[in-house]
Design a protein around this ligand. Structure first.
Ligand SMILES: Cc1cc2nc3c(=O)[nH]c(=O)nc-3n(C[C@H](O)[C@H](O)[C@H](O)COP(=O)(O)O)c2cc1C
Length: 265
């Protein structure tokens, strides 16, 4: 790792989710909703007033996290959840101020992060997770939103979830260089850039840092090794154990029985 991680450098951040149309009716007990009616999931269109309430709900969730003692929040704007549903020109066909051009489709995101910034304590850490592909998202647009968030100083961290930090973009026009490079070359100002997706070894983490990212995020590697950062600091050759692993292996890493069921899916 480029820099040693010290306990005093760590902060506790909670992620704020809203699945929108990806929430199954059977699970949430009501018809799911999303920016525009979606036949496949049976989701209904949110009214303009309900979108305003959605923005307020995210801000109130951040305030609850602050009251509970967290140092910050990460707004989940990735993985096809509701904020990326708003960003997507395929999913968001609204004609009010929350749809249409990119300014309209990204309005909820800016309203949420600016609202959290304004209404939580000044040093409250505000970050956002975005993903640039799938769900009808366009790389150029997600890049523009990322740049806008950085330029406005609305966020402290940008967490780009790429699924594979070493892949090339899916969109033909952008092939020929790594997907990651479309975010490392943004004007970051004081904002820190993190990336996630198949970082499973000290080597792969260092490759990301060498490409100019400020930090990496671990998904599966941190589930397979609850102490991945500690092991990584002591061993430059450390890499995550190959998949698949047994339930007993995961139990030994501290996973509870409910999480084991989730993982088996
Ligand atoms: C079991 C599991 C649960 C996850 N839950 C979340 C989540 O709640 N929020 C989120 O942003 N990403 C979630 N992810 C995605 C990871 O954060 C990460 O972006 C993804 O797994 C790719 O990184 P990796 O290759 O290091 O696993 C989850 C992944 C797994 C495997």
């Amino acid at each position: 790792m480029a820099a040693a991680i010290k306990a005093k450098d760590s902060i506790a951040v909670v992620q704020l989710h809203h699945a929108g149309m990806r929430a199954p009716a059977a699970l949430i007990g009501e018809q799911p909703h999303c920016p525009s009616t979606d036949e496949e999931t049976g989701a209904r269109t949110l009214s303009t007033g309900e979108v305003g309430a959605l923005v307020e709900d995210f801000i109130l969730a951040a305030k609850r996290a602050e009251a509970a003692g967290f140092d910050g929040v990460e707004v989940h704007g990735a993985h096809g959840y509701i904020l990326s549903q708003f960003l997507s020109p395929e999913i968001n066909r609204r004609e009010d101020e929350y749809g249409g051009d990119l300014a309209g489709r990204s309005r909820v995101i800016f309203d949420i992060v600016n609202g959290i910034r304004a209404r939580c304590k000044p040093d409250f850490n505000v970050s956002i997770r975005l993903s640039p592909e799938r769900f009808g998202l366009r790389l150029a647009e997600v890049r523009e939103v990322a740049q806008g968030l950085m330029a406005e100083g609305a966020i402290d961290f940008l967490d780009m979830s790429l699924w594979d930090v070493f892949k090339e973009p899916v969109e033909e026009d952008f092939k020929g260089r790594g997907l990651l490079s479309y975010f490392t070359d943004l004007d970051r100002g004081d904002v820190k850039l993190g990336v996630a997706g198949k970082v499973n070894s000290v080597r792969s983490a260092n490759q990301c840092l060498d490409q100019g990212v400020d930090f990496v995020l671990l998904g599966r590697a941190a589930i397979l090794h609850h102490d991945f950062p500690l092991q990584a600091m002591g061993n430059p050759d450390f890499q995550s154990t190959p998949l698949p692993v047994s339930a007993d292996y995961l139990r030994a890493q501290g996973l509870g029985e409910d999480f084991l069921v989730y993982m088996s899916n």
